[in-house]
Design a protein around this ligand. Sequence first.
Ligand code: ADP
Ligand code: TPW
Length: 578
Amino acid sequence: MGTVEPQVAADAQAAVTDGFQLVIDALKLNGIDTIYGLPGIPITDLTRRAQAEGLRVLAFRHEQNAGYAASIAGFLTQKPGICLTVSAPGFLNGLNALAHATTNCFPMILISGSSEREIVDLQQGDYEEMDQLAIARPLAKAAFRVLHAEDIGVGVARAIRAALSGRPGGVYLDLPAKLFAQSLDAAAGRRSLIKVVDPAPKQIPAPDAVQRALALLKGATRPLIVLGKGAAYAQADAEIRALVERTGIPYLPMSMAKGLLPDTHEQCASAARSFVLPAADVVMLVGARLNWLLSHGKGKTWGGKGHKDWGGQKFIQVDISPQEADSNVRIDAPVVGDIGSCIAAMLAGLGNLPKPPADWLTAIHDKKTANVARMAETLAKNPSPMNFHSALAVVRDVVRSNPDAMFVNEGANALDFTRSIVDMYKPRKRIDVGTWGVMGVGMGYCVAAAVVTRQQVIAVEGDSAFGFSGMEVETLCRYNLPVCVVILNNNGVYKGTDVNPRGGDVAPTVFVKDARYEKLMEAFGGVGVYATTPAELRKGMEDALRSRKPTLINAMIDETAGTESGRITSLNPSAKKK
Ligand code: ADP
Ligand code: TPW
C-alpha cells in the first residue's frame, strides 16, 4: 500500500487543472502559438507556464509595443494577435494598441489580468484597481470577462470569433486574478474548451449586388480601382490580380495595399494619383474606406469645386461591413461580402468586359511617365548633407533587391516620402502608421513582422517616430531578430530648425542635435551605424541584410529637410494660417 499512495496522489493531481492551464489550453487548441506581452501580477505565471507549454512568449519593455506587435500579427496572419498585460497601468498601456486594432480592422485580443471584482466594484482601493472591462468596451469591437474557470473556453472562443468574423477588430478579454488559481476537474476542464469552427466564415455577396457593380464598370469610360488594406488582409491576392488584369482598369493602392500587385505594374496609377482621382468616372473601392485618407470621397481631390463638393464619381464599394457604404458619399453599388468571395463572383460575371478606353489609359500613362521622370531627377541628386530623397533612393534599391523583406514605416515626411519613393513588390510587405497616422508602431511591428514571417525586416523611421518605441531595440537584440532600423534623423519632429522666439528652452519640435541613436542598439549588442552619405547608408543596409543582425542605422539628413506635418499640412491649423 505504502508504495501505491504517491501514485494515487500524482493521479489525483493530474486529474485537476486550473485557470492558468485552461487559458493556455484554450489558446493552443485554437492554433494560437505566440503571445506578445509584459509579465507582472497577476499574469507572471501565465507567461511562464505558457512558455513551458510551447507557446512563444515575447516579452516587451512597454505594453504599447507588445500591443502593436499583436495587432499587426493579426493583420499578417488572419489569426488574432494576443497581447497579455497586467492590470490597470499595464492594461491602459495596451489599450492604445487595442483601439488601433479596432480602428484599422486588425484582429487582436488584449488579455489583461485584473483585480478582485468585489473590491473593484465597491471601490475599496485594491492593488491596481480599475474597472477595465468598462474602459475597454468603447474602444474594442467586443469585450468579455471570465469569472469562473469553467467559462474560460467560452470566453476565449467568443473573443476569437469577435476578433475575426465580419470586419476584424480588437477584442478585450478580462481575466481577474482569482480566476487563474481556481481549480477544476481536468476532464471537465477539457470538456469546457471550444475549438472555434470557421471563425471568419465566408460571406458570399448577393448576385444582384455583383451585377449592379459590373453594370457600372461596363458603363465606365474612366474607371479606377482603389485597393485598401482590407484587400491586403483578405489574402485574396490571386483573385485581385486577376480582376485588375482581366479588366485592364488602372488601380491605386492605399499605403498598406502597396505590393498587392507590384508597384511597378503597368496598371499601377500611384504616380498619377492627383490626376486619376478627380478624373475617374467610376471608382471601385476594394477593402478601402472613404475616410480622410481618401479625402472622404469629395472635395478638390476628387474634382469637386469646393472643399465639400462631390466630384461626380460613381462608387462601387467591396467591403465586409454592410454599414460602411454611404459613410461619406453615396455608394452606387455596394458589394457586401468577404473580398475573396466578392472578387471571385465579379470575375465569374465579368464576361467580355472591354478594356477601358485608350485615351484614359494613355492620359494616365503620360502623367505617370512625366512624374516618374521628375522624381528620378530628384533622386539622382547627391546633396550634402543627405536629404530624404538621396537617402530613400538607397532604401528603394535595397528593397528592390530584397522584395521578400518586410517593410515598416513611420514618421511624417519619413512616411510620406518613403511611401511614394520605395516600391513594394509583394503583398503585405508594407506595414505602417495606418488609419490614425499614429507614431509608435515601429519597433512593435518590427518584432511581430520578424517573428511571424521569419523574413528580414527593414524599418524606415523618422527620428521622432522612432522615439515612441525606441527602447524595444533591446527586445530586437534579446531575440536576435533580423531587423534593420533606418532612422532618417533630421534632429526633430518634422525637421530640426524651429526656434523658440523667447529664447530659453528649445522649440517643442526640436531634439538634441546629431543624436547618436545607433549607440542605443550597440548598448544591447546589436550593430550601430552612423551614416552621413548614401554610400554609408547603402553599406550599412547591405551588411545588415547579409548578417541578419539587429542593426540600427542613424542616417543623418539635412535638418532643414521636411515640411510641417509632411503631406497633411492642410490639417494643421497653425501651419494653414501661415
Ligand atoms: P485603407 O486605409 O488601406 O484605405 P481601410 O482600413 O480604410 O483601408 O479599409 C479597410 C476596409 O476593409 C474596412 O472597411 C474593412 O471592413 C474591410 N475589410 C477588412 N477585411 C475584409 C475582408 N476580408 N473582406 C472584405 N472587406 C474587408
Ligand atoms: C501617438 C503627431 C505626427 S508625425 C510626428 C508626430 C509627433 C513625428 C514626425 O517627425 P519624425 O518624421 O518622425 O521625425 P519627419 O520625417 O517628419 O521628421 N503622437 C502620436 N501620433 C502622432 N501622429 C503624433 C503624436 C505626429
